[in-house]
Design a binder for this molecule. Structure first.
Ligand code: VG1
Ligand code: CO
Length: 543
């Protein structure tokens, strides 16, 4: 078969962000848009001739159409095979696992994660390498460079592959294997956790609610929680993936998962609640009347992971993204293991995991994971929590109290200002940058600035340096405020302000986080002029 070579011209703005390229779906559906980017990925990784790729996504609108294009292009570029999730479905962690399990040359994951889906919402595409992890900055830079000079792409003329039929077929000379998206992943989970103990927990009347938010984790959670672990039927709600996620934001936080919060705070609510995002890599944990912040969840999981069979020998090290609270640092210090601080985005954990320097990693944005794959993993975190609850026979609220009384509490919150005018957001950051020398010593209410700088990361494994990774203001009280612009948004700029204050006074561990952080919140606004510059009265989302 001779592939069709289609002439094209570079399309502006195809720059991968924190996690691949994310754009409005209609932008992705423009002529040549997807094709240019896919060819740039293939070229950026040195071609796909003779290679095998995993392909799958979160099932959002355009997922299936985009997969057919990717398959025809992979065939035309000489790929040996593509392994595709049935119906085009693969959660991000399941795709990462499949890449590793089958020893492939990487994969293409179609998702805009927690962003809404649909013709007027968002779509995304990213490349993960042979280690199963998101492409490193070096690779995404090469892909972006290709998008700027591309003059043609290759695509085979062929009929659609039936994505709903498990088994092997061929497309223009390339082998296509359609696989069950759940079974390999479920087996991996079974190898890490004490399923008998969790089964006994459910058999003893423990009640759970898992909100799949009409997104990709539905089939995974139903198979693992209800079928394999014996949780009551109906434990998983909103469990059928829909192309528009039921019109909601599949973002597991107290705002977008309000229905789950309401159940967990009701008098007769379940013992344990959890939710995941569009592509299944994020998690939200909430006990009966007790929401667990993602940074605290990371600290508890790191502290007690040894209770699960997969981590019984302890952890080699821990890694967290810079804006994530320092709660986990205190756990690492107590255990005498390393704690790495990386830029935002899972791609920065890959080298540490590959080198065996970190076992568990996490981000404040509800991402937690371990060396079992090279992505954050929502259901993994939920299962580790269940394993810990089963092993300790405690409720979530009691575990949190234990944790804080032992380590102190890092009060923490993130304030997001969404779809802000880009020039205003960039101006805010530039002005902060210009004041690094003069801020230290200045007082804001009860707080005095101790340090002001911009985070840069030197990867300890490959020596690469990543600059411009967030502005940090440290206070003499030990508190801090961090300012970043999002790299996943599709409209204007999103300003993220991360706020933290450590509390070790045993009498002050049960406060409301916003109240405990009030001085840091006020100082952050005074320092950066957030209200004035964004024209907003307050954040759009508080987590
Ligand atoms: C956000 C989060 C970051 C996460 C990224 C991808 O990035 O802050 O922690 O790794 O999303 O997660 P940003 O640049 O918008 O702050 V996912 O679940 O959207 O793939
Ligand atoms: Co996600």
């Amino acid at each position: 078969m001779t592939p069709t070579i289609v002439p094209t011209t570079p399309i502006e703005g195809q720059k991968p962000g924190t996690s691949g390229l994310r754009k409005k779906t209609r932008v992705f559906m423009q002529p040549h848009y997807l094709e240019n980017y896919v060819q740039a990925i293939f070229d950026g990784i040195g071609g796909v001739e003779g290679k095998t790729l995993v392909v799958g996504g979160d099932g959002r609108y355009f997922n299936d159409r985009a997969i057919q294009v990717i398959l025809r292009m992979a065939a035309a570029n000489g790929a040996a095979a593509c392994i595709v999730g049935e119906a085009g479905i693969l959660s991000t962690p399941a795709a990462s696992h499949l890449i590793r399990l089958r020893g492939t040359d990487g994969g293409l994951i179609l998702s805009a994660s927690h962003n809404p889906g649909g013709p007027d919402e968002d779509f995304g595409l990213k490349y993960n390498g042979p280690n199963g992890g998101p492409a490193t900055e070096g690779v995404t830079d090469r892909i972006f460079e290709r998008t700027k000079v591309i003059d043609s792409y290759r695509i085979a003329e062929a009929q659609d592959v039936d994505l709903n039929r498990i088994g092997e077929t061929s497309l223009a000379g390339m082998r296509v294997e359609i696989v069950d998206p759940v079974s390999d992943y479920a087996a991996l989970m079974e190898s890490l956790f004490d399923f008998d103990a969790i089964r006994a927990l459910f058999a003893g009347g423990f009640r759970m609610r898992f909100d799949a938010m009409h997104a990709v984790t539905g089939p995974y959670a139903t198979e693992i929680l209800e079928n394999r672990l014996g949780a009551a039927k109906g434990t998983v709600v909103n469990g059928t993936p829909k192309p528009d996620f039921g019109g909601g934001h599949p973002d597991p936080n107290p705002i977008w998962a309000k229905d789950l919060m309401d159940h967990m705070y009701a008098a007769d609510g379940p013992d344990f609640g959890a939710a995941s995002d569009g592509d299944g890599d994020r998690n939200m944990i909430v006990g009966k009347g007790c929401y667990v912040s993602p940074s605290d969840s990371l600290a508890v999981l790191a502290d007690l992971a040894h209770l699960a069979p997969g981590y019984k020998d302890g952890l080699a090290g821990i890694a967290r993204s810079m804006p994530t609270s320092c709660a986990v640092d205190r756990v690492a210090a107590a255990k005498g293991i390393s704690c790495f601080e990386t830029p935002t985005g899972w791609k920065f954990f890959g080298n540490l995991l590959d080198a065996g320097q970190a076992t568990i990693c996490g981000e404040e944005s509800a991402g937690t994971g371990s060396n079992h794959v090279r992505e954050k993993d929502g259901l993994w975190a939920v299962l580790l929590w269940l394993n810990i609850l089963a092993a300790t026979d405690k409720q979530v609220a009691a575990l949190m109290e234990d944790h804080w009384s032992r380590y102190g509490r890092n009060y923490y919150s993130r304030h997001d200002y969404e779809a802000v005018d880009s020039a205003a957001a960039n101006g805010l950051m530039a002005d902060l940058r210009a004041r690094f020398a003069t801020l230290p010593g200045q007082e804001f209410g009860p707080l005095t600035v101790a340090t002001a700088d911009e985070f840069a990361y030197d990867d300890p494994v490959d020596g690469s340096r990543s600059t411009g990774q967030g502005i940090r203001i440290g206070f003499t009280s030990g508190g801090r405020a961090v300012f970043r612009l999002s790299g996943t948004g599709t409209e204007g700029a999103t300003l993220r302000v991360y706020l933290e204050q450590l509390e070790t006074d045993p009498a002050a561990l049960g406060r409301d986080a916003q109240e405990a952080l009030a001085p840091v919140i006020a100082a952050a606004d005074a320092i950066a002029g957030i209200r004035e510059r964004t024209g907003r009265d307050g954040p759009d989302v508080i987590t």
